[in-house]
Each structure stands twice: as C-alpha cells, then as structure tokens.
Design a binder for this molecule. Structure first.
Ligand code: KIV
Length: 272
C-alpha cells in the first residue's frame, strides 16, 4: 500500500460514513487534471470526483456520452498524481458497464489499476444492481448516482428536475435503499426536490451528496468549472458561483496581449 506523500490523514469511504454519523457535511468537487486537483486537494475538499462531465467541460461535447474509458483513466491518473488527502472517485463512463456485470467489473478494475483512483461512481439503481454487486465483490467501493442521470439524457430528453411525480419519487427511494443494502458507500442525488432528498438522506446511514438537491443532505458536489465561473452559458438555479473566472481570465489575457504589443513585456527584470 502506498504511503501518503505528506502527513495528511487521508479521506476514506469509511471517513465519509463517519462524517455523516457525526453530522459533519461532506464537500465534493470535480477535477480532471493535475494542476486543478492539486488546488482542490490543498483546499481541503473531502472528495474529488473525476466526473464524466469531463466530456462537457474538458472535451466540449454536448453530453457526457462520448467520453471513453481510456479518456476517463487518463484524467483520473492525472488527478491521483496530485492528491495527498482527498478521496478520488471516478465515473464509469457510458457504455463501460451497462451491457453486463462482467464488462462492468472489467471496466472498474481498469480504472482502479490504471488510474489509482479509490472508488467508482455509477448511474442507476435496480437496473444495474448485478453490475454493482460484482464490482463490490471484487473489493472496489461504489458510489451510486440517482435522480438526474446525464448518461440517460436521450431516454428522458431533458435536464429538468427529476422525481417530482409520486411514482418516480417512490422508485428513487427504493433505489436508494437498494444501493445502501447492497453496499454502496455513498450516493449522489442530482436535481431532485429538496424535501425528497432530505427524506432519503434521513432514511439511510450512508451519505447522500447532493447537486441541486437542497441543503437537507449530507454533502454537496459541484462541477468546478461551473462554481469558479469559467462557464458563462450554464446557470441553473442550484449553482452558486464563487468566482467570475471567465471575466478575470479574459482580463488577464487581454492585458498580457496588450503588454506584448506595447513592448512592456518582458521588461529588464524579466529577461537574462
Ligand atoms: O460527472 C459529474 O460531474 C457528475 C456530477 C455532476 C455529480 O456526475
């Protein structure tokens, strides 16, 4: 077992369950590369998600569907090389686990062996139960993902709030219970009514990490590009922007260009 690079107490899946039992909220953010992961880990964020949202924010695809297992492994390995403390959870991408449990296990094993990530995340409940069980049986921790599941966007046709209808809410509660029962260590709940999310969080002992699921859950996750204000087009109600990095970066880059063109950069101190 590798030793932590510095003297930090590493976050484990058990740490997260213990945090929930103490009523301590869990912070989670996405990261997809070494430099960003170094900052996220250094800032004390508990969980880094190498999300398949890399397909959108890193590769510019409209959906999360095109990203491949090889590409996820590349991003995850870059993140793992940067971290000292955070738990690194890696999304199993679309097409790498839906066909059968054996393929799901092979994909999860590749992520663990080739990236060094600590756990995988999978979208769905009852319908992927056998795949989750097989992965868990191999000793690989699994985080579930219910509510809005972007890998199924073409089934639903919209990114609007899920489980507003009683039947869908009932199914979601059953799926959450099932994921806990078979051994998932946490569940992401995306874009569901706050009341339902709180009810689910209260009924389970494993942590519920929300995104657009209100404050009654055990932790929160956001896509880092969104919360830093790197995207200008994406403004869902649940998003809090902590920076306007798009404007700040644009101003810095414009200044850089101006300084070159005016001959101000580099000056005497900036040369050999
Ligand atoms: O891929 C991702 O970034 C995610 C979060 C939105 C939870 O799954």
């Amino acid at each position: 077992m590798s030793v932590a690079k510095k003297d930090y107490k590493r976050i484990t899946t058990k740490t997260l369950v213990d945090m929930k039992s103490r009523g301590e909220k869990i912070s989670m953010l996405t990261a997809y590369d070494f430099s960003m992961a170094q900052i996220v880990d250094g800032a004390g964020i508990d969980v880094i998600l190498v999300g398949d949202s890399a397909s959108n924010v890193m590769a510019g695809h409209e959906t999360t569907l095109p990203i491949t297992l090889d590409q996820m492994i590349y991003h995850a390995a870059s993140v793992v090389r940067a971290i000292h403390r955070s738990l690194v959870v890696v999304d199993l991408p679309f097409g790498s686990y839906q066909s059968d449990p054996k393929e799901a296990l092979r994909s999860a094993i590749r992520i663990m062996k080739e990236s060094g990530g600590h756990a995988v995340k999978m979208e769905g409940g009852q319908e992927i139960k056998e795949s989750i069980k097989r992965i868990l049986n191999a000793g690989i921790p699994v985080m579930g993902h219910l509510g809005l599941t972007p890998q199924s966007i073409y089934k639903f046709g919209t990114y609007t709030v899920r489980a507003k209808e009683e039947s869908e809410a009932k199914q979601l509660k059953e799926d959450a219970l099932l994921l806990e029962k078979i051994g998932c260590f946490a569940i992401v709940l995306e874009k569901v009514p706050a009341k339902l999310a709180e009810e689910v969080a209260k009924s389970l002992t494993i942590p519920i990490i929300g995104i657009g699921a209100g404050g009654g859950v055990d932790g929160q996750v956001l896509v880092i590009h969104d919360m830093l204000g790197m995207n200008t087009e994406f403004s869902p109600r649940f998003l809090r922007r902590y920076m306007d990095l798009h404007t700040e970066m644009t101003q810095a880059l414009q200044q850089y260009s101006k300084d070159i063109k005016s001959g101000d950069f580099p000056n005497k101190e900036e040369q050999y």
